[in-house]
Design a protein around this ligand. Sequence first.
Ligand code: UD1
Length: 336
Amino acid sequence: MKILVTGGTGYIGSHMVVELLNEGHEVIIIDSLVNSKIEVLNKIQEIAKKTPIFYQENLTDHTALEEIFKNHSFDLVIHFAGLKSVSESVEKPLLYYQNNLASTINLLDCMQNHKIKKIIFSSSATVYGGSNESECIETMPTGQNITNPYGKTKCMIEEILKDVCISDPEFSAIALRYFNPIGNHSSGLIGENPNGIPNNLMPYIMKVAAGELETLSIYGNDYNTPDGTCRRDFIHVVDLAKGHLAAIPALEAPGFKTYNLGTGTPTSVLEMVNTFEKISGRPLPHQFAPRRPGDLAEIWANPSKAERELGWQTKLTIEDAIRDTLTFLENTRKIW
Ligand code: UD1
């Protein structure tokens, strides 16, 4: 199939492109490179031995997007492109609403103009907000008590997709709700490498391991959880990409569908640190710090719908993710 991947040089997008190329699909990437580097394309080529077509464009540029749609007849679209920093979105809400919503609307408009009726959207567990059970099921209400504009854009885009499906009975949209993606391709050639001080746990651990930051602060050890630290459902990014592959056949049935992509098992922040130390064989400097505003004590996926309907479940462990992270770190920078 001929597949458009927006945000295809980003952390999750690049892993998706590798899986699609390995499966024999033809891939066209659109990425603005705002949060990724062009070198990723060479790494994708090195792993998959195939090259995707690449356009450096911002999806907010409707004219440029329309031009690309004129040149290719896509079978489906996988939409990753978007700004994703929770803290930045609190500081610059308009940037997030403008960028993430306008991009998606432009994309859907071009799809409509060219009669492309299948899309998989990169959604997030954040849509469940803060007023649900810790174990999330797709039937739970979404959109309540989401603490930041980034999370709200995910929820709003799900609503937009729902409405497009209502307006066009042939349109098919799947929102995949990711839990906490970690790890990278086992080659260690691609991975997550954010600029500056990261917000997310694993990138922060990586910078401490590489000696670029001194100490990891564990935000809160007084939560009502087994060891007092928050618990999350950390999913290996390769398993996550494979979840998208499994969702492609489900696009044959029109309508809007959602699936959780997670392992179903929570791991605490402290367990993650301890496992990282065990596998790397080195201490990871860390200290307890006050709770981070907006954090939930615990949240994990009930992944049974994806298992039942898509025949997908995770295969890789946290240990695998940490091993692959260490390989990526060795390839990209000195450790300790
Ligand atoms: C956040 C977002 C989620 C987004 C995801 C990936 C919310 C509520 N969550 O998830 O929407 O998809 O990032 O971008 O908007 N931690 C530390 N020290 C650190 C960093 C993190 O202790 O230096 C802890 C956090 O307090 C949290 C856990 O690690 O308990 C995971 O944090 P993080 O990686 O930022 O992911 P989430 O907050 O779960």
